[in-house]
Design a protein around this ligand. Structure first.
Ligand code: KIV
Ligand code: ZN
Length: 540
Protein backbone atom coordinates (compact mmCIF):
# COMPACT_ATOMS: atom_id res chain seq x y z
CA UNK A 1 0.00 0.00 0.00
CA UNK A 2 1.07 3.58 -0.74
CA UNK A 3 2.87 5.53 1.95
CA UNK A 4 0.38 5.43 4.77
CA UNK A 5 -0.01 8.19 7.36
CA UNK A 6 -2.29 5.82 9.30
CA UNK A 7 -5.31 8.09 8.85
CA UNK A 8 -6.87 10.25 6.15
CA UNK A 9 -5.25 13.63 5.53
CA UNK A 10 -7.78 16.35 4.84
CA UNK A 11 -6.75 18.69 2.04
CA UNK A 12 -9.18 21.56 1.91
CA UNK A 13 -9.59 23.28 -1.45
CA UNK A 14 -12.47 25.63 -0.56
CA UNK A 15 -10.26 28.62 -1.32
CA UNK A 16 -9.14 27.27 -4.70
CA UNK A 17 -11.58 24.83 -6.30
CA UNK A 18 -14.43 26.12 -4.10
CA UNK A 19 -13.73 29.67 -5.15
CA UNK A 20 -13.99 28.55 -8.78
CA UNK A 21 -17.80 28.29 -8.21
CA UNK A 22 -19.53 31.01 -10.21
CA UNK A 23 -20.03 34.09 -8.03
CA UNK A 24 -18.15 32.70 -5.04
CA UNK A 25 -15.13 34.97 -5.36
CA UNK A 26 -13.79 36.24 -2.07
CA UNK A 27 -11.71 39.25 -1.13
CA UNK A 28 -8.45 38.95 0.73
CA UNK A 29 -9.89 39.50 4.21
CA UNK A 30 -12.58 36.91 3.57
CA UNK A 31 -10.05 34.35 2.36
CA UNK A 32 -7.95 34.98 5.43
CA UNK A 33 -10.94 34.57 7.75
CA UNK A 34 -11.82 31.26 6.09
CA UNK A 35 -8.20 30.04 6.21
CA UNK A 36 -8.03 30.86 9.93
CA UNK A 37 -11.20 28.91 10.54
CA UNK A 38 -9.93 25.98 8.46
CA UNK A 39 -6.86 25.91 10.70
CA UNK A 40 -9.13 25.77 13.77
CA UNK A 41 -11.08 22.99 12.11
CA UNK A 42 -7.83 21.03 11.92
CA UNK A 43 -7.38 20.46 8.19
CA UNK A 44 -3.98 19.10 7.25
CA UNK A 45 -3.55 21.13 4.07
CA UNK A 46 -5.10 24.38 2.90
CA UNK A 47 -5.02 24.90 -0.86
CA UNK A 48 -5.10 28.68 -0.64
CA UNK A 49 -5.42 29.54 -4.33
CA UNK A 50 -3.85 29.66 -7.77
CA UNK A 51 -1.13 32.31 -7.38
CA UNK A 52 -0.40 32.74 -11.10
CA UNK A 53 -4.02 33.80 -11.78
CA UNK A 54 -3.62 37.44 -10.75
CA UNK A 55 -1.84 39.72 -8.32
CA UNK A 56 -4.81 39.46 -5.98
CA UNK A 57 -4.68 35.67 -5.94
CA UNK A 58 -0.94 35.75 -5.37
CA UNK A 59 -1.33 38.23 -2.49
CA UNK A 60 -4.04 36.12 -0.86
CA UNK A 61 -1.97 32.93 -0.92
CA UNK A 62 1.04 34.82 0.41
CA UNK A 63 -0.96 36.43 3.26
CA UNK A 64 -2.42 33.06 4.23
CA UNK A 65 1.06 31.55 4.16
CA UNK A 66 2.28 34.34 6.46
CA UNK A 67 -0.61 34.42 8.88
CA UNK A 68 -1.97 30.88 8.97
CA UNK A 69 1.03 28.81 7.89
CA UNK A 70 3.25 29.40 10.90
CA UNK A 71 4.57 26.82 13.39
CA UNK A 72 2.44 23.71 13.58
CA UNK A 73 -0.25 25.27 11.38
CA UNK A 74 -1.58 23.45 8.34
CA UNK A 75 0.51 22.99 5.22
CA UNK A 76 -0.17 25.90 2.87
CA UNK A 77 -0.43 24.84 -0.72
CA UNK A 78 -0.83 26.67 -4.01
CA UNK A 79 -1.93 25.32 -7.38
CA UNK A 80 0.28 25.59 -10.46
CA UNK A 81 -0.16 24.27 -13.97
CA UNK A 82 2.80 22.28 -15.24
CA UNK A 83 4.70 25.33 -16.42
CA UNK A 84 7.70 27.15 -15.01
CA UNK A 85 5.95 30.51 -14.71
CA UNK A 86 3.07 29.02 -12.68
CA UNK A 87 5.39 27.00 -10.46
CA UNK A 88 7.69 29.94 -9.74
CA UNK A 89 4.72 32.18 -8.81
CA UNK A 90 3.38 29.44 -6.57
CA UNK A 91 6.75 28.90 -4.88
CA UNK A 92 7.03 32.63 -4.13
CA UNK A 93 3.49 32.84 -2.78
CA UNK A 94 3.75 29.88 -0.37
CA UNK A 95 7.32 30.75 0.71
CA UNK A 96 6.36 32.42 4.04
CA UNK A 97 4.66 29.25 5.36
CA UNK A 98 6.72 27.00 7.59
CA UNK A 99 5.16 23.98 5.87
CA UNK A 100 4.52 24.67 2.20
CA UNK A 101 3.48 22.67 -0.81
CA UNK A 102 3.35 23.18 -4.55
CA UNK A 103 0.51 21.32 -6.26
CA UNK A 104 1.19 20.99 -9.96
CA UNK A 105 -0.95 19.21 -12.51
CA UNK A 106 -1.42 18.29 -16.13
CA UNK A 107 -4.22 16.43 -17.88
CA UNK A 108 -3.71 12.77 -18.73
CA UNK A 109 -6.92 11.73 -20.51
CA UNK A 110 -6.80 11.41 -24.29
CA UNK A 111 -9.77 13.73 -24.60
CA UNK A 112 -7.90 16.51 -22.74
CA UNK A 113 -4.63 15.80 -24.55
CA UNK A 114 -6.24 16.02 -27.95
CA UNK A 115 -8.66 18.91 -27.48
CA UNK A 116 -7.20 21.01 -24.69
CA UNK A 117 -3.46 20.56 -24.53
CA UNK A 118 -2.85 19.38 -28.08
CA UNK A 119 -0.01 17.23 -26.79
CA UNK A 120 0.90 13.62 -27.34
CA UNK A 121 1.17 11.15 -24.46
CA UNK A 122 4.94 11.15 -24.96
CA UNK A 123 5.07 14.93 -24.55
CA UNK A 124 3.06 14.80 -21.33
CA UNK A 125 5.30 12.05 -20.07
CA UNK A 126 8.35 14.23 -20.56
CA UNK A 127 6.80 17.41 -19.10
CA UNK A 128 5.74 15.73 -15.84
CA UNK A 129 9.16 14.81 -14.35
CA UNK A 130 10.66 18.06 -15.59
CA UNK A 131 8.01 20.18 -13.86
CA UNK A 132 7.89 18.09 -10.68
CA UNK A 133 11.68 18.38 -10.39
CA UNK A 134 11.43 22.12 -11.00
CA UNK A 135 8.84 22.42 -8.21
CA UNK A 136 11.10 20.33 -5.95
CA UNK A 137 13.88 22.86 -6.53
CA UNK A 138 11.76 25.27 -4.41
CA UNK A 139 10.03 23.06 -1.84
CA UNK A 140 10.35 19.58 -0.35
CA UNK A 141 6.64 18.92 -0.56
CA UNK A 142 5.29 18.55 -4.09
CA UNK A 143 1.92 17.15 -5.06
CA UNK A 144 1.22 16.07 -8.61
CA UNK A 145 -2.27 15.62 -10.10
CA UNK A 146 -3.26 13.80 -13.27
CA UNK A 147 -6.19 15.94 -14.32
CA UNK A 148 -9.16 13.89 -15.60
CA UNK A 149 -7.52 10.76 -14.22
CA UNK A 150 -10.85 8.96 -13.95
CA UNK A 151 -11.21 9.09 -17.76
CA UNK A 152 -7.53 8.36 -18.47
CA UNK A 153 -6.09 5.09 -19.72
CA UNK A 154 -4.88 3.38 -16.51
CA UNK A 155 -1.75 2.04 -18.25
CA UNK A 156 -0.72 5.58 -19.22
CA UNK A 157 -1.59 6.84 -15.73
CA UNK A 158 0.76 4.27 -14.17
CA UNK A 159 3.65 5.57 -16.32
CA UNK A 160 2.93 9.23 -15.54
CA UNK A 161 2.60 8.57 -11.81
CA UNK A 162 5.80 6.55 -11.69
CA UNK A 163 7.67 9.37 -13.44
CA UNK A 164 6.20 12.00 -11.09
CA UNK A 165 7.21 10.03 -7.99
CA UNK A 166 10.68 9.37 -9.37
CA UNK A 167 11.08 13.13 -9.90
CA UNK A 168 10.16 13.82 -6.26
CA UNK A 169 6.37 14.11 -5.90
CA UNK A 170 5.40 13.05 -2.38
CA UNK A 171 1.64 13.08 -3.03
CA UNK A 172 -0.10 11.75 -6.11
CA UNK A 173 -3.60 13.04 -6.62
CA UNK A 174 -6.19 11.22 -8.72
CA UNK A 175 -8.98 13.59 -9.74
CA UNK A 176 -12.35 12.70 -11.13
CA UNK A 177 -12.40 16.10 -12.79
CA UNK A 178 -15.80 15.82 -14.44
CA UNK A 179 -17.57 13.73 -11.78
CA UNK A 180 -17.97 10.80 -14.17
CA UNK A 181 -16.83 7.74 -12.28
CA UNK A 182 -18.76 5.42 -9.96
CA UNK A 183 -17.65 4.10 -6.56
CA UNK A 184 -16.60 0.62 -7.67
CA UNK A 185 -14.78 1.94 -10.74
CA UNK A 186 -12.95 4.57 -8.71
CA UNK A 187 -12.00 2.06 -6.03
CA UNK A 188 -10.65 -0.26 -8.75
CA UNK A 189 -8.65 2.61 -10.30
CA UNK A 190 -6.99 3.38 -6.97
CA UNK A 191 -6.34 -0.31 -6.31
CA UNK A 192 -4.80 -0.61 -9.81
CA UNK A 193 -2.47 2.33 -9.17
CA UNK A 194 -1.53 0.91 -5.79
CA UNK A 195 -0.58 -2.41 -7.30
CA UNK A 196 0.92 -1.40 -10.69
CA UNK A 197 3.04 1.66 -9.91
CA UNK A 198 6.38 0.33 -8.76
CA UNK A 199 7.43 3.26 -6.56
CA UNK A 200 3.94 3.99 -5.17
CA UNK A 201 5.16 3.31 -1.63
CA UNK A 202 7.10 6.57 -1.84
CA UNK A 203 3.96 8.69 -2.17
CA UNK A 204 0.64 9.32 -0.50
CA UNK A 205 -2.32 8.58 -2.73
CA UNK A 206 -4.88 11.36 -2.80
CA UNK A 207 -8.32 11.68 -4.37
CA UNK A 208 -10.17 14.69 -5.74
CA UNK A 209 -13.64 14.55 -7.20
CA UNK A 210 -16.55 16.54 -8.50
CA UNK A 211 -20.18 15.90 -7.80
CA UNK A 212 -21.77 16.00 -11.25
CA UNK A 213 -23.57 12.71 -10.63
CA UNK A 214 -23.85 13.20 -6.86
CA UNK A 215 -21.24 10.47 -6.29
CA UNK A 216 -18.16 12.37 -5.15
CA UNK A 217 -18.34 11.40 -1.47
CA UNK A 218 -19.27 7.79 -2.24
CA UNK A 219 -16.34 7.57 -4.68
CA UNK A 220 -13.87 8.77 -2.03
CA UNK A 221 -15.19 6.35 0.56
CA UNK A 222 -14.57 3.51 -1.87
CA UNK A 223 -11.11 4.86 -2.73
CA UNK A 224 -10.07 4.92 0.91
CA UNK A 225 -10.63 1.17 1.07
CA UNK A 226 -8.08 0.73 -1.72
CA UNK A 227 -5.38 2.89 -0.17
CA UNK A 228 -6.28 6.57 -0.76
CA UNK A 229 -5.04 8.50 2.27
CA UNK A 230 -5.73 12.11 1.34
CA UNK A 231 -9.13 13.58 0.54
CA UNK A 232 -9.35 16.82 -1.42
CA UNK A 233 -12.62 18.43 -0.50
CA UNK A 234 -14.44 21.67 0.19
CA UNK A 235 -16.68 23.04 2.91
CA UNK A 236 -20.35 22.63 1.98
CA UNK A 237 -19.16 20.83 -1.16
CA UNK A 238 -18.83 24.09 -3.09
CA UNK A 239 -16.81 24.11 -6.30
CA UNK A 240 -16.93 23.93 -10.07
CA UNK A 241 -20.38 23.05 -11.50
CA UNK A 242 -22.05 20.62 -9.05
CA UNK A 243 -19.20 21.17 -6.61
CA UNK A 244 -16.54 19.05 -4.94
CA UNK A 245 -16.77 16.24 -2.41
CA UNK A 246 -18.05 17.83 0.82
CA UNK A 247 -15.54 17.83 3.66
CA UNK A 248 -18.17 17.57 6.39
CA UNK A 249 -19.81 14.53 4.79
CA UNK A 250 -16.52 12.68 4.32
CA UNK A 251 -15.30 13.43 7.82
CA UNK A 252 -18.57 12.47 9.47
CA UNK A 253 -18.90 9.30 7.40
CA UNK A 254 -15.46 8.22 8.64
CA UNK A 255 -16.42 9.25 12.17
CA UNK A 256 -19.87 7.69 12.40
CA UNK A 257 -18.88 4.51 10.51
CA UNK A 258 -15.39 4.09 11.94
CA UNK A 259 -16.10 0.50 12.95
CA UNK A 260 -16.65 -0.23 9.26
CA UNK A 261 -13.61 1.72 8.00
CA UNK A 262 -11.08 0.90 10.75
CA UNK A 263 -10.06 -2.50 9.32
CA UNK A 264 -9.05 -0.85 6.01
CA UNK A 265 -6.45 1.04 8.05
CA UNK A 266 -5.18 -2.17 9.60
CA UNK A 267 -6.89 -1.36 12.90
CA UNK A 268 -9.28 -3.23 15.11
CA UNK A 269 -12.88 -2.41 14.25
CA UNK A 270 -13.29 -1.03 17.78
CA UNK A 271 -10.26 1.23 17.69
CA UNK A 272 -11.29 4.64 19.07
CA UNK A 273 -8.47 6.53 17.31
CA UNK A 274 -10.03 9.06 14.93
CA UNK A 275 -9.58 8.50 11.20
CA UNK A 276 -9.01 12.21 10.52
CA UNK A 277 -7.53 15.05 12.57
CA UNK A 278 -10.64 17.22 12.12
CA UNK A 279 -12.19 18.88 15.21
CA UNK A 280 -15.72 17.97 14.28
CA UNK A 281 -17.22 20.52 16.71
CA UNK A 282 -15.93 23.26 14.37
CA UNK A 283 -17.84 21.95 11.35
CA UNK A 284 -21.06 23.95 11.73
CA UNK A 285 -19.27 27.22 12.34
CA UNK A 286 -16.99 26.68 9.33
CA UNK A 287 -19.94 25.84 7.14
CA UNK A 288 -21.78 29.03 8.13
CA UNK A 289 -18.72 31.20 7.63
CA UNK A 290 -18.11 29.82 4.14
CA UNK A 291 -21.78 30.14 3.22
CA UNK A 292 -21.99 33.73 4.49
CA UNK A 293 -18.82 34.90 2.81
CA UNK A 294 -19.29 33.15 -0.54
CA UNK A 295 -23.03 33.81 -0.70
CA UNK A 296 -23.52 30.11 -1.55
CA UNK A 297 -26.60 29.23 0.48
CA UNK A 298 -26.65 25.72 1.97
CA UNK A 299 -29.75 23.75 1.00
CA UNK A 300 -31.86 22.93 4.09
CA UNK A 301 -31.72 19.16 3.50
CA UNK A 302 -27.93 19.10 2.95
CA UNK A 303 -26.28 16.29 4.94
CA UNK A 304 -24.52 17.35 8.18
CA UNK A 305 -24.78 21.15 7.73
CA UNK A 306 -28.27 21.74 6.29
CA UNK A 307 -30.77 23.52 8.56
CA UNK A 308 -32.92 20.38 8.65
CA UNK A 309 -30.10 17.87 9.08
CA UNK A 310 -30.83 17.51 12.79
CA UNK A 311 -34.44 18.65 12.89
CA UNK A 312 -36.97 15.99 13.79
CA UNK A 313 -40.10 17.42 12.31
CA UNK A 314 -42.46 14.51 12.04
CA UNK A 315 -44.43 13.41 15.09
CA UNK A 316 -43.30 9.77 14.81
CA UNK A 317 -39.66 10.75 14.72
CA UNK A 318 -40.00 13.14 17.65
CA UNK A 319 -41.64 10.45 19.71
CA UNK A 320 -38.88 7.97 18.87
CA UNK A 321 -36.12 10.46 19.54
CA UNK A 322 -37.62 11.36 22.90
CA UNK A 323 -37.70 7.67 23.92
CA UNK A 324 -34.20 7.02 22.70
CA UNK A 325 -32.22 9.27 20.35
CA UNK A 326 -30.66 6.25 18.61
CA UNK A 327 -33.99 5.40 17.00
CA UNK A 328 -33.65 8.12 14.38
CA UNK A 329 -30.36 9.87 15.07
CA UNK A 330 -26.95 8.63 13.94
CA UNK A 331 -25.01 11.79 14.79
CA UNK A 332 -25.33 13.79 17.97
CA UNK A 333 -25.76 17.38 16.78
CA UNK A 334 -23.19 18.55 19.36
CA UNK A 335 -20.52 16.49 17.59
CA UNK A 336 -20.62 18.94 14.69
CA UNK A 337 -20.81 21.96 16.97
CA UNK A 338 -24.53 22.51 16.69
CA UNK A 339 -25.11 23.64 20.24
CA UNK A 340 -28.40 24.54 21.83
CA UNK A 341 -27.63 28.03 20.55
CA UNK A 342 -27.04 29.23 23.99
CA UNK A 343 -28.21 32.64 25.08
CA UNK A 344 -24.98 34.33 25.72
CA UNK A 345 -25.30 38.05 26.22
CA UNK A 346 -27.73 40.91 26.68
CA UNK A 347 -28.05 44.67 26.67
CA UNK A 348 -26.01 45.09 29.84
CA UNK A 349 -23.08 42.93 28.81
CA UNK A 350 -19.82 44.84 28.58
CA UNK A 351 -16.98 44.83 26.10
CA UNK A 352 -14.97 42.23 27.99
CA UNK A 353 -17.93 39.83 28.15
CA UNK A 354 -18.38 40.17 24.40
CA UNK A 355 -14.67 39.62 23.81
CA UNK A 356 -14.62 36.59 26.12
CA UNK A 357 -17.57 34.96 24.37
CA UNK A 358 -16.11 35.68 20.94
CA UNK A 359 -12.86 34.10 22.07
CA UNK A 360 -14.72 31.05 23.32
CA UNK A 361 -16.33 30.86 19.90
CA UNK A 362 -12.86 30.92 18.35
CA UNK A 363 -12.71 34.55 17.17
CA UNK A 364 -9.50 36.28 18.10
CA UNK A 365 -10.16 39.86 17.00
CA UNK A 366 -7.77 42.79 16.84
CA UNK A 367 -8.56 45.79 19.05
CA UNK A 368 -10.14 47.73 16.15
CA UNK A 369 -12.20 44.75 14.99
CA UNK A 370 -13.38 44.16 18.54
CA UNK A 371 -14.37 47.83 18.87
CA UNK A 372 -16.43 47.51 15.73
CA UNK A 373 -17.96 44.19 16.77
CA UNK A 374 -18.87 45.68 20.15
CA UNK A 375 -20.52 48.70 18.53
CA UNK A 376 -22.58 46.35 16.34
CA UNK A 377 -23.40 44.23 19.37
CA UNK A 378 -24.68 47.27 21.29
CA UNK A 379 -26.74 48.34 18.33
CA UNK A 380 -28.28 44.89 18.08
CA UNK A 381 -28.86 44.63 21.83
CA UNK A 382 -30.99 47.77 21.64
CA UNK A 383 -33.33 45.92 19.31
CA UNK A 384 -33.05 42.31 20.46
CA UNK A 385 -33.32 41.16 24.05
CA UNK A 386 -31.02 38.13 24.06
CA UNK A 387 -27.98 37.89 21.86
CA UNK A 388 -27.07 34.31 21.00
CA UNK A 389 -23.87 32.78 19.69
CA UNK A 390 -25.37 32.71 16.20
CA UNK A 391 -26.05 36.45 16.43
CA UNK A 392 -22.44 37.07 17.41
CA UNK A 393 -21.23 34.95 14.52
CA UNK A 394 -23.47 36.90 12.12
CA UNK A 395 -22.03 40.17 13.42
CA UNK A 396 -18.44 39.02 12.95
CA UNK A 397 -18.92 37.49 9.51
CA UNK A 398 -20.68 40.65 8.33
CA UNK A 399 -17.71 42.71 9.46
CA UNK A 400 -15.29 40.64 7.37
CA UNK A 401 -17.28 41.54 4.23
CA UNK A 402 -16.84 45.26 4.51
CA UNK A 403 -13.23 46.22 5.14
CA UNK A 404 -12.52 48.07 1.90
CA UNK A 405 -16.06 49.15 1.14
CA UNK A 406 -16.35 51.64 -1.68
CA UNK A 407 -19.89 52.62 -0.67
CA UNK A 408 -21.16 52.82 2.92
CA UNK A 409 -24.84 52.57 3.65
CA UNK A 410 -25.84 55.50 5.85
CA UNK A 411 -29.63 55.38 5.87
CA UNK A 412 -32.56 53.30 4.67
CA UNK A 413 -36.14 54.30 5.05
CA UNK A 414 -39.17 52.63 3.51
CA UNK A 415 -42.86 53.14 3.53
CA UNK A 416 -45.06 50.31 2.42
CA UNK A 417 -48.29 48.58 3.28
CA UNK A 418 -51.50 47.29 1.74
CA UNK A 419 -52.58 50.65 0.37
CA UNK A 420 -49.20 52.30 -0.29
CA UNK A 421 -46.79 52.16 -3.21
CA UNK A 422 -43.58 50.86 -1.66
CA UNK A 423 -41.16 53.78 -1.55
CA UNK A 424 -37.56 53.81 -0.32
CA UNK A 425 -35.11 56.55 0.51
CA UNK A 426 -31.45 55.62 0.86
CA UNK A 427 -28.29 57.52 1.65
CA UNK A 428 -24.89 56.22 0.59
CA UNK A 429 -21.47 57.62 1.35
CA UNK A 430 -18.97 57.25 -1.46
CA UNK A 431 -15.23 56.65 -1.18
CA UNK A 432 -14.61 60.31 -0.30
CA UNK A 433 -17.20 60.21 2.46
CA UNK A 434 -19.69 62.33 0.45
CA UNK A 435 -23.31 61.48 1.28
CA UNK A 436 -25.84 61.18 -1.53
CA UNK A 437 -29.53 60.44 -1.20
CA UNK A 438 -32.05 58.99 -3.65
CA UNK A 439 -35.64 57.76 -3.49
CA UNK A 440 -37.47 55.23 -5.63
CA UNK A 441 -40.70 53.28 -5.78
CA UNK A 442 -40.80 49.55 -6.42
CA UNK A 443 -43.02 46.49 -6.49
CA UNK A 444 -42.11 45.85 -2.85
CA UNK A 445 -39.92 47.49 -0.20
CA UNK A 446 -36.79 45.55 -1.18
CA UNK A 447 -37.29 46.30 -4.85
CA UNK A 448 -37.69 50.00 -3.98
CA UNK A 449 -34.47 49.95 -1.92
CA UNK A 450 -32.53 48.26 -4.73
CA UNK A 451 -33.83 50.73 -7.30
CA UNK A 452 -32.83 53.68 -5.11
CA UNK A 453 -29.35 52.21 -4.56
CA UNK A 454 -28.93 51.53 -8.27
CA UNK A 455 -29.90 55.11 -9.06
CA UNK A 456 -27.11 56.35 -6.78
CA UNK A 457 -24.42 53.94 -7.87
CA UNK A 458 -25.07 53.94 -11.61
CA UNK A 459 -23.50 50.51 -12.17
CA UNK A 460 -25.72 48.36 -14.42
CA UNK A 461 -26.57 44.99 -12.88
CA UNK A 462 -29.30 42.40 -12.71
CA UNK A 463 -30.57 41.00 -9.40
CA UNK A 464 -30.66 37.25 -9.88
CA UNK A 465 -31.00 35.93 -6.34
CA UNK A 466 -32.51 37.23 -3.17
CA UNK A 467 -32.88 34.90 -0.20
CA UNK A 468 -33.77 35.53 3.42
CA UNK A 469 -33.45 33.19 6.36
CA UNK A 470 -33.71 33.71 10.05
CA UNK A 471 -30.52 33.45 12.15
CA UNK A 472 -32.34 32.18 15.24
CA UNK A 473 -35.92 31.49 16.26
CA UNK A 474 -38.20 34.13 17.76
CA UNK A 475 -40.00 37.20 16.57
CA UNK A 476 -37.00 39.45 17.22
CA UNK A 477 -34.59 37.17 15.31
CA UNK A 478 -32.14 38.63 12.84
CA UNK A 479 -32.86 37.94 9.19
CA UNK A 480 -29.92 36.96 7.00
CA UNK A 481 -30.13 38.13 3.42
CA UNK A 482 -28.03 36.86 0.52
CA UNK A 483 -28.10 38.71 -2.76
CA UNK A 484 -26.50 37.92 -6.09
CA UNK A 485 -26.04 40.40 -8.87
CA UNK A 486 -24.99 39.66 -12.42
CA UNK A 487 -23.09 41.88 -14.79
CA UNK A 488 -21.56 40.76 -18.10
CA UNK A 489 -22.10 37.12 -17.15
CA UNK A 490 -20.23 37.49 -13.85
CA UNK A 491 -21.81 37.04 -10.46
CA UNK A 492 -21.28 39.17 -7.35
CA UNK A 493 -22.73 38.17 -4.01
CA UNK A 494 -23.49 40.12 -0.86
CA UNK A 495 -24.62 38.99 2.54
CA UNK A 496 -25.92 40.79 5.63
CA UNK A 497 -27.94 40.23 8.79
CA UNK A 498 -30.19 42.57 10.74
CA UNK A 499 -33.34 42.41 12.84
CA UNK A 500 -34.93 44.42 10.04
CA UNK A 501 -34.85 42.38 6.82
CA UNK A 502 -35.18 45.46 4.64
CA UNK A 503 -32.07 46.96 6.24
CA UNK A 504 -30.31 43.59 5.83
CA UNK A 505 -31.34 43.52 2.17
CA UNK A 506 -30.05 47.06 1.63
CA UNK A 507 -26.72 46.23 3.26
CA UNK A 508 -26.40 42.95 1.36
CA UNK A 509 -27.09 44.82 -1.88
CA UNK A 510 -24.43 47.41 -1.02
CA UNK A 511 -21.95 44.62 -0.18
CA UNK A 512 -22.61 43.03 -3.58
CA UNK A 513 -22.27 46.42 -5.31
CA UNK A 514 -18.96 47.00 -3.53
CA UNK A 515 -17.68 43.73 -4.95
CA UNK A 516 -18.95 44.60 -8.37
CA UNK A 517 -17.19 47.96 -8.29
CA UNK A 518 -13.98 46.39 -6.97
CA UNK A 519 -14.14 43.83 -9.78
CA UNK A 520 -13.93 41.12 -7.14
CA UNK A 521 -15.92 38.81 -9.40
CA UNK A 522 -13.69 39.45 -12.41
CA UNK A 523 -12.93 36.35 -14.36
CA UNK A 524 -9.37 35.52 -13.28
CA UNK A 525 -7.28 33.06 -15.20
CA UNK A 526 -8.87 29.64 -14.81
CA UNK A 527 -6.26 27.00 -13.96
CA UNK A 528 -7.97 24.24 -15.91
CA UNK A 529 -9.75 25.96 -18.80
CA UNK A 530 -7.27 28.66 -19.76
CA UNK A 531 -4.36 26.99 -21.41
CA UNK A 532 -1.68 29.62 -21.62
CA UNK A 533 1.25 29.61 -23.96
CA UNK A 534 3.26 28.42 -21.00
CA UNK A 535 1.31 25.15 -21.03
CA UNK A 536 2.21 24.46 -24.59
CA UNK A 537 5.87 25.35 -24.15
CA UNK A 538 6.69 24.60 -20.54
CA UNK A 539 10.21 25.96 -20.83
CA UNK A 540 9.01 29.56 -20.73
O1 KIV B 1 -10.80 18.79 -10.81
C1 KIV B 1 -9.58 18.76 -11.03
O2 KIV B 1 -9.06 17.95 -11.80
C2 KIV B 1 -8.75 19.76 -10.35
C3 KIV B 1 -7.27 19.59 -10.48
C4 KIV B 1 -6.59 20.87 -10.76
C5 KIV B 1 -6.75 18.92 -9.25
O3 KIV B 1 -9.25 20.63 -9.68
ZN1 ZN C 1 -11.36 20.09 -9.19
Amino acid sequence: MAKDPGRVLIFDTTLRDGEQSPGASLNLEEKLAIAQQLARLGVDVIEAGFPFASQGDFAAVQRIAQQVGGGEGPIICGLARASRADIKACADAVAPASRRRIHTFIATSDIHLEHKLRKSRAEVLSVVPEMVAYARSFVDDVEFSCEDAARSDPEFLYQVIEAAIAAGAGTINIPDTVGYTTPSEFGALIAGIDSHVQNIDDAILSVHGHNDLGLAVANFLEAVKSGARQFECTINGIGERAGNAALEELVMALYVRRRYFNPFFGRDADSPTPLTAIRTEEITKTSRLVSNLTGMVVQPNKAIVGANAFAHESGIHQDGVLKNRLTYEIVDARTVGLTDNRLSLGKLSGRSAVRARLEELGYDLTREDLDEAFARFKDLADRKRDITDRDLEAIVSEQVQQPEAHFQLRLVQVSCGSSLRPTATVTLADEDGQDQTAAAVGTGPVDAVCRALNALVGEPNELIEFSVKSVTEGIDAMGEVTIRLRRDGQLFSGHSADTDVVVAAAQAFVNALNRLVAGCGRQPLHPQRDVALADLRPGI
